[in-house]
Each structure stands twice: as structure tokens, then as C-alpha cells.
Write a protein that binds this ligand. Structure first.
Ligand SMILES: [Zn+2]
Length: 464
């Protein structure tokens, strides 16, 4: 690594000499801060106290009783020479709702002058981190005392999210960006077809996206300050004996492995579009750690090979679209569902009936936030909310290959799964039954996919 930094410093020195800048190097560095893209990084430890109930699996019946590894809230701020900023936040958790995120985002906007949409939250989607308040409420059936611990952890996490951004803002410095891509093979399509239904399993022939995008961010002295990486896979390795262990799953182990090889640098994972993809094999802490090693190995491999320069400043576009839902059920159907023996079906019906009784309209659409963060043609982050299936990742890569699209899911707000037209036709958990846990009746209508692709096209045009 040392050799490479030295080579880079020599080439920068030669470049400065060529530009005739050597004699006024003092002026140059003052100028560089105004003229160049800046980046800053923040990290907060958000490992919870025990015991605590975890989110992600409806089958869990008791709180977690041990912790393996640190959970983190992280932030990276990019700032253009003109002062325009955007912040990407990643939290080691399954997800936090729009309602849960509202307070920390307001605080970040107020403290640092971001505009609406410029604060992009993502969740690593580990299924082994605490339940959060105001999130997946249909799924939360806790006793009041357990709920109190969730409320306390939630307030703590909201503060840490703001603190991570404070740190990143205080850390803004001129940055040099390089992008590259590797692969990792443990992501497996989980939709298997049995007679007349779609079930969970391991589908060796199903679509996957094994890309590992990597962004290396250096200071002007060549030091690696941060390493961003992505992968399209659910954070669901843990199970079996580790079902009640707090863990950031494979992405946190990958982060820790990368950081151990690049001391002083912050590694940060951005989740891909991967809701129908599971790690394989899965069920143990050992599997999660091994996937973490594989992913880190891929990231470090990219860093050791030549990478593409990402030059200039960024353009950013954000807006939301509404994906139409099928017509809500009749009051008769809701009353019937409210008698269901299934807790989750019952709670969903009760919530809809409650709305009817208060003369509020029933949900007719899902709001989907979408954003494009574009660095010329060198690198483009395409981010969307919800839990998008992998078809989106594959299609966006094919359609927008020339601008090097880095596909991000679980961004801004996770209202529900975002199925493709194919999956809506096939049915199964990602198409319909997952909506029970998100408290919606569906499914989303089949034109959703065309709407999403069309909207990404529009946002990309806005960032030209
Ligand atoms: Zn999920």
C-alpha cells in the first residue's frame, strides 16, 4: 500500500510542476479547498445494551442475550465547491420508518443547512439489531416493559445519527475519489417454485447481482480516508443458535475486516437492491463472518488494482413517486380479517378499520423516494426506498451502464417490498404476503416497474 501512495504523490507533484503551481504551493492549497469536492466522515457506536428485542423475524419470541461485534451509524458528506451538500447515512439495523427518521433528519437539516432530500438514510438491513420505535408496528407485539427499552434505544439511536453527521461535517476536507468494482458470490436468489406456489429456498437459477462496487476516498496527501462498498444481499445470515445474538451480519464483519487492513480509514456499506436475495449458506455466526471475509476480500482486491478516477463535482436530484396499490378490501373483508388467528393479519385489518372509523382514507398508493447522485459519467448512485427486488439492480445496470450506476436500496423510507413486474406476475412473499408485516393491503400494481425506470431516467436527465 505504501508504494502506491508514494507513486500517487509523485504523480501529483509532477502534475503540479507541469501546471507551474510549485512556486505558489501555499496559494494552491488554499485554492484547492474552494475549488475541489470535499468529503467528511462520521462514525458512532450504536451497540445496544442487553437484553433487547431484535427486528426482522416474526418468529423471535424473546430478547437477544448476547452481542457479537459493534453496530455502527455512519455518515459521509460530499460538498461541492459552491457549497451544495449531500449526506449518505448508513445504520446497522433492519430498518427505521419515515416517522422514526423525521426528528433526526429535521435536526440535521436545521444544524447544517441541508435541503429536503439531501439527507439520504440507508439501513444495512441486518436482521439481528434492535427493533425501532414507530417501525414495522404490525410486527411489534412486545410487552410494555420491553417496549420501553425499544423507546430508549430509539432515542439514543436518533441522537447518534445526528452526531455521526455532526462529525462528518466537522471533518470536511478536499477529497480525491476513485471507483472500482469486484464481485462476491454468496448472494443467492431465495425464490423457489413448488407446484403452484413460490416459497423460500435457494434458487440456483434465479437472478442475482454479484457486483461489489467500491469507492475509495483519499485526502490530498494520498491517505485513504474512507472506503464505501456495496452488495445486493439481505442481512439474514444469522439463525440457529445465533438467533438471539446482536450482530451487524456480513456487512459489519466486512466493514471491520476492511478497516483492520486500512487503519485510520472508515469503511461503510451501502445496501443494494436485494430483497429476494439471501446469503448462502446461512444460519450461523460462522457463515456471517465468512461472508464478511469474502466481501472484504473483494473490496480490498478492488483497492489493490487500478481504479477509475472520479472527477469534478456532483449533481443531485431527489423526488418521490406514488406506486398505486390494488383497491383496498371491503369493510366486510376487514371485519373478517380482524378475527384472524394470525396476529399480523389481525393487526393489519384493525389498523385499516381504525382509519375507516376515523373517516380517514385507506392507503391507495405507496410513496417511493428516489435519488440520483451523479459524478459526471464516472460514477452515479441510483437510490430508491423500500426493499427493491434484484430485478431493478440488474435492469438499471443494463440501462445506464455508461454512467457507472451504483444501485442502492433501503434508502430514505422503507414502506414495503418493491416487486418487479415479473415478481408481481409470479406472486409469493415479495409480491404480496410481505405487505402484511408492513401493514398494507396490496399488491402494488404491475405498472410500478415502468414508473420507477421512467423516473430514474428523468432524475438522471436532471443531473446532466
Ligand atoms: Zn428485508
Amino acid at each position: 500500500m505504501k508504494t502506491r501512495v508514494k507513486q500517487w504523490m509523485i504523480s501529483r507533484a509532477s502534475l503540479l510542476a507541469l501546471l507551474g503551481v510549485t512556486a505558489i504551493s501555499g496559494d494552491y492549497s488554499a485554492n484547492a479547498a474552494d475549488q475541489s469536492l470535499q468529503a467528511g466522515f462520521g462514525f458512532r457506536d450504536i451497540t445496544p445494551p442487553l437484553p433487547i428485542h431484535l427486528a426482522g423475524y416474526a418468529a423471535r419470541k424473546k430478547p437477544a442475550d448476547r452481542v457479537d461485534g459493534t453496530l455502527a451509524a455512519q455518515a459521509v458528506v460530499f460538498c461541492n465547491p459552491g457549497g451544495e451538500k449531500v449526506v449518505l447515512i448508513t445504520v446497522d439495523n433492519c430498518e427505521g420508518s419515515r416517522a422514526f427518521l423525521a426528528a433526526p433528519i429535521d435536526e440535521i437539516v436545521k444544524r447544517h443547512g441541508f435541503q429536503a432530500g439531501q439527507v439520504m438514510t440507508t439501513f444495512t438491513h441486518t436482521h439481528s439489531a434492535p427493533l425501532l420505535p414507530q417501525t414495522l408496528e404490525t410486527m411489534n407485539l412486545l410487552a410494555p416493559a420491553d417496549n420501553l427499552r425499544i423507546q430508549e434505544y430509539g432515542s439514543f439511536l436518533q441522537k447518534q445519527i445526528v452526531a455521526a453527521v455532526d462529525m462528518a461535517m466537522a471533518d470536511l476536507q478536499p477529497a480525491i475519489l476513485e471507483h472500482g468494482q469486484g464481485t462476491a458470490g454468496f448472494a443467492m436468489n431465495r425464490r423457489v417454485f413448488r407446484e403452484d406456489r413460490v416459497d423460500f429456498g435457494e434458487n440456483l437459477d434465479g437472478p442475482v447481482d454479484h457486483d461489489v462496487p467500491v469507492l475509495c476516498i483519499r485526502g490530498t496527501n494520498g491517505t485513504v480516508r474512507a472506503i464505501l462498498f456495496g452488495y445486493a444481499c439481505h442481512g439474514t445470515t444469522l439463525g440457529g443458535d445465533d438467533f438471539y445474538t446482536v450482530s451487524g451480519d456480513f456487512s459489519a464483519y466486512a466493514r471491520q475486516n476492511v478497516e483492520s487492513l486500512y487503519p485510520g480509514a472508515m469503511a461503510m456499506y451501502l445496501p443494494g437492491m436485494s430483497s429476494d436475495i439471501n446469503p448462502s449458506p446461512r444460519s450461523s455466526l460462522l457463515d456471517a463472518k465468512r461472508h464478511g471475509l469474502e466481501l472484504a476480500g473483494s473490496v480490498v482486491g478492488v483497492l489493490k488494482r487500478p481504479m477509475r478516477s472520479v472527477t469534478g463535482h456532483f449533481h443531485y436530484a431527489f423526488s418521490e413517486i406514488e406506486l398505486p396499490l390494488a383497491t383496498p378490501p371491503s369493510r366486510e373483508q376487514l371485519l373478517k380479517d380482524a378475527q384472524s388467528k394470525d396476529d399480523y393479519i389481525r393487526r393489519r385489518a384493525e389498523q385499516y378499520l381504525d382509519r375507516l372509523n376515523r373517516e380517514q382514507p385507506l392507503p391507495k398508493a405507496i410513496k417511493l423516494p428516489m435519488a440520483v447522485l451523479r459524478f459526471g459519467s464516472d460514477l452515479t448512485f441510483l437510490a430508491m426506498g423500500g426493499e427493491p427486488v434484484v430485478d431493478y439492480s440488474i435492469q438499471l445496470r443494463r440501462l445506464f451502464g455508461e454512467i457507472h450506476p451504483w444501485r442502492i436500496g433501503y434508502a430514505f423510507d422503507i414502506a414495503c417490498y418493491i416487486p418487479s413486474a415479473r415478481i408481481l406476475k409470479e406472486g409469493g412473499y415479495e409480491a404480496d404476503s410481505s405487505l402484511i408485516y408492513y401493514g398494507y393491503y396490496g399488491p402494488i400494481k404491475g405498472l410500478a416497474e415502468a414508473m420507477i425506470i421512467q423516473h430514474f431516467t428523468k432524475l438522471i436527465q436532471q443531473t446532466r
